[in-house]
Design a protein around this ligand. Structure first.
Ligand code: ATP
Ligand code: MN
Ligand code: MN
Length: 369
């Protein structure tokens, strides 16, 4: 039910933070193609082309109508000759040869498979590819490889982790995490962020922001929560990154640089009986639980709004929000704060941050850029 034609009603910003992008995508046939090409260029470390296709994909995701002919592209931001050529090809033939080639490409397929393992990044995937490895079985059987603790867990729970997390499962995990936090601090705030906060029905993990109303009270909470989950026998894997946060730090210009909050990348064992739609379900091996990837981030209260905004995504939305702050407002924004030339601007809510930037507030469900 995407209306046809009506292309040129107003202009569309080059910044995702000035576009409303819901989960309803009227141009999936084009954006799927762009997402494959962006990933292909990412795997080949061609940042420029990768970004061009990600931006073009994001612009099309924000449209309330389906592109039906070449003229519908007039006045759209972020579309260059390269991306337009792909659209034209799809309009004419229903698909793009370049995309078909990438999807058949052995290197692309293998790198995609290897990076789908928790703990395996592009560098490792490439190394394995260059060694001639092509499948998970070959990786597991190669005795010359040294796996990190994270990769071992990634391989062990591969099938569970690759099958996406449902909102029902996310809610059940949310209850477990909340109960564990409240045991040690009844006032602890535990919020689901990431894709689920944007309204997605499925995700690759469940992201949480955990904090306490009083600044500083959050210190030590994560360790207690992790011991509690260990005691319950449901902490399958965890890796704690200690806080390197310094209140005086000026926001970094680099996007995708890790933030400085205390955090934990974990795998939890979720009993199927705790998921309302899966009660008493067992798989063929009689396994009555599923391994779920969980991210826990613990900012101090005075950074809560920035951390929540930064972890709610989407990645493209975050990228453009920072670029907008930097280029249009000469400010620096990251997950910790907003810096205007010489001073930090404080914020209690996400609305405060949008207001500081002179942007119309966007609900998380409109940040699916
Ligand atoms: P999915 O449904 O696949 O999980 P998602 O949007 O939740 O999608 P995540 O990879 O879980 O994606 O990341 C959520 C948000 O958190 C992203 O927008 C990203 O900007 C932010 N983020 C993820 N990892 C880090 C990190 N290590 N440091 C800082 N921010 C991060
Ligand atoms: Mn997520
Ligand atoms: Mn995550």
């Amino acid at each position: 039910n995407c209306s046809a034609g009506l292309g040129s009603s107003g202009t569309i910003s080059q910044y995702a933070c000035q576009r409303k992008t819901t989960l309803k995508n009227c141009n999936k046939i084009f954006t799927d193609a762009f997402d494959v090409l962006a990933e292909h260029f990412e795997f080949n470390e061609n940042k420029g082309h990768c970004l061009a296709f990600m931006r073009a994909s994001s612009v099309l995701k924000s449209l309330s109508y389906t592109i039906r002919n070449y003229r519908d592209l007039e006045g759209l931001a972020c579309l260059g000759p390269q991306t337009k050529a792909v659209i034209q090809e799809i309009l004419e033939y229903g698909n793009s040869l370049k995309v078909q080639d990438v999807l058949m490409d052995e290197r692309y397929k293998t790198i995609k498979l290897f990076t789908s393992i928790f703990g395996v990044g592009l560098k490792t995937a490439e190394k394995w590819y260059r060694k001639g490895l092509r499948s998970l079985d070959e990786v597991k059987a190669d005795t010359s490889l040294r796996f990190t603790k994270m990769q071992k867990a990634g391989l062990l729970y591969y099938d569970d982790i690759i099958s996406s997390v449902s909102w029902e499962e996310a809610k059940a995990v949310g209850q477990i995490v909340k109960d564990a936090c409240r045991r040690f601090d009844p006032d602890a705030a535990v919020v689901i962020t990431g894709g689920f906060r944007r309204g997605k029905e499925f995700g690759h993990d469940v992201d949480f922001i955990i904090t306490t109303p009083e600044n500083g009270k959050e210190v030590g909470l994560l360790q207690k929560v992790l011991s509690e989950l260990t005691y319950q026998g449901i902490l399958l894997y965890y890796d704690v990154i200690d806080s390197t946060f310094d209140n005086a730090q000026i926001p970094s210009k680099m996007f995708e640089a890790m933030d400085h909050f205390e955090k934990c990348f974990a795998i939890l064992k979720l009993k199927k009986e705790l998921v309302s739609s899966k009660q008493s379900e067992k798989d063929i091996n009689g396994k009555d639980w599923k391994a779920i990837r969980v991210d826990l981030v613990i900012p101090p209260m005075n950074c809560y709004a920035f951390a929540l905004l930064g972890w709610s995504g989407s990645r493209q939305f975050e990228r453009d929000l920072r670029r907008y702050a930097n280029v249009e407002k000469k400010m620096l924004l990251d997950n910790h704060g907003l810096y205007d030339k010489t001073t930090f601007l404080s914020a209690k809510t996400e609305e405060d941050i949008f207001a500081h930037l002179g942007l119309e507030y966007l609900d998380p469900s409109e940040r699916n850029a």
